[in-house]
Write a new protein. Structure first.
Length: 204
């Protein structure tokens, strides 16, 4: 009797998220210290709520694609861009802390930066802490969210800018110098520029 081959599929690891309430700031900093520089666990804090997230392989894949897109844009346009990965950005004064999937500073470094100019977040599963609320409180000038197959851009002041669908990303990854990648929008009335309006540093 001939042997029968059976296809086997390896399950794709899913994201794991744990949310805790009524967490003191000191406990948040203790968890950061215990975790140290080890990769694989992202910790977010918002006014006593704490989230522990272990990203899935798909999450990490999209993070790398977005990183490559932005870095290719910067190289093509001659924009000075420094990447800082999942830099822990936190402030006890506003009871917020976050670790972006990727983050960047634009232009030459001047002193010790407190927040990145651009943060990138892949929202692969629903639930958890409102990351935009965290970034607004920390006054990060520009945040990218990849969710449901599209890029969404937010500038300081909470203004949402036009989406960039995935099919447009490749076509728009080679704009001219200092041209917004997403292709439209006006500066925020409060002074923030549109997403990827990189003509000058967000720290100016």
């Amino acid at each position: 009797m001939p042997a029968t081959a059976q296809a086997r599929t390896t399950p794709v690891p899913q994201e794991q998220r744990v949310c805790l309430q009524d967490v003191a700031w000191e406990d948040y900093e203790t968890l950061l210290a215990i975790r140290g520089e080890r990769a694989g666990l992202r910790i977010t804090f918002l006014e006593g709520e704490l989230e522990l997230l272990s990203p899935s392989v798909t999450h990490e894949g999209w993070k790398i694609r977005l990183r490559r897109l932005l870095e290719a844009w910067a190289e093509e346009g001659g924009v000075e861009l420094e990447g800082f990965g999942s830099w822990t950005v936190k402030s006890r004064a506003v009871a917020r802390g976050v670790e972006p999937d990727e983050c960047y500073l634009i232009g030459p470094l001047m002193g010790e930066p407190q927040v990145p100019d651009i943060a990138i977040e892949v929202l692969w599963t629903s639930g958890g802490i409102d990351k935009l609320k965290v970034y607004r409180g920390l006054r990060v000038p520009e945040v990218w969210f990849w969710k449901d197959g599209a890029l969404r851009f937010f500038c300081a002041g909470g203004r949402r800018l036009p989406c960039l669908p995935p099919q447009s990303a490749a076509a728009r990854s080679r704009p001219g110098p200092h041209r917004p990648l997403y292709g439209g929008g006006e500066p925020d009335p409060g002074g923030a520029r549109p997403a990827l309006g990189l003509a000058q540093s967000s720290r100016d």
